[in-house]
Write a protein that binds this ligand. Sequence first.
Ligand SMILES: [Zn+2]
Length: 291
Amino acid sequence: MCSPEVMSRVQAVLRGGNGSVSRRGFLGATGALAAAGALAPLTLRAQDATPVATPVLEGRTITYGIVANLSHPLSPTSPVWPGRLPFGVENEVTVADDGFYANILTIHEHIGTHLDAPAHFVDGGTTTDLIDPGQLVAPIAVIDVTAQAGADVDYALTIDDILAWEAENGELPLGAFVAMNSGWSDRFSDAEAFVNLDAAGVQHYPGFHPDAAIFLAEQRSIVGIGVDTLSQDPGNSTDFGTHVATAGAGLYGVECVANLGDVPISGATVVVGGPNHEGGSGGLARLLALY
Ligand SMILES: [Zn+2]
């Protein structure tokens, strides 16, 4: 536990003078914690890994018995954003003919379970390779809106949904990854149902309301958000306000997250095996939940 004095110092670093959370302030926060001697060393249990230096996870102990897969397998029939290139696989060599097996992939950065780097919506924003690894291991908060989304395919996750989660589980932990579970993941194997275009070519599926994204960026200290749909914004968004809010705050997003209904809504840890190509706006991600 942190003393009130330490936490007030951290909050001062995190919030800055205007209540906004800057990436620099966020990364500096654990420095303040460490300087105050509040942190125990990172311990990873159940595996023999070398802990990475992390500004977010320091002091957090992970204990788990289950590793859950939160990524959909990708295939040439997987859903794509309307008009974008589908996933392509071309066989290059086979064991039978060449002694070894390999394929050549054609892959858009934003297909399947994938990460949106801040650079996706901010010119000069952080690219895939430059996201701090400490932000890719995070406590995951799953906000269940399956009932709301079941009644309204255009449902936009609200600030009240976040506050309802907090009323049950306490305030979102420092460095949280906040994921929307709308139940939409079940449609992933049916691309048409997943993208859900209407006659006018407008997509319909749930996402975060921009006000909720701004709330998370400004009033909480998170590393990113996740959705089980094709976009951080609801499908019918025209201004991509949630993308703009998260990217503008230096947060990443993950879209098409799978199996969120299997994960505890609080207390699990997500490992975002994000893409690592230089200069990327995003890319395929393998998400694992530990709990
Ligand atoms: Zn994307």
